[in-house]
Design a protein. Structure first.
Length: 75
């Protein structure tokens, strides 16, 4: 007998895709990172978790969509 159910994953389509390189302001500085997770908050707004760092990465959670900037490639 199992009392736990698997949560149904909801597809959330935001401005950014998983794994996309982005920039955002964190502790007063602009930090580069990658989109790690996309989901809806309690107000049904799109929020992101962004992975930053190289050798020892960390994930910054609950970043609003309007706070994230797309990295433009100047080639």
């Amino acid at each position: 007998m199992c009392f736990f159910r698997k949560k149904v994953k909801v597809q959330v389509h935001g401005k950014f895709e998983l794994g996309e390189p982005v920039r955002f302001r964190y502790r007063g500085e602009i930090c580069p990172g990658y989109i790690y997770k996309v989901y809806l908050d309690k107000d049904q707004k799109v929020v992101y978790d962004v992975q930053i760092g190289g050798e020892c990465p960390t994930v910054i959670v609950n970043i609003k969509e309007e706070e994230i900037l797309k990295i433009s490639s100047k080639k």
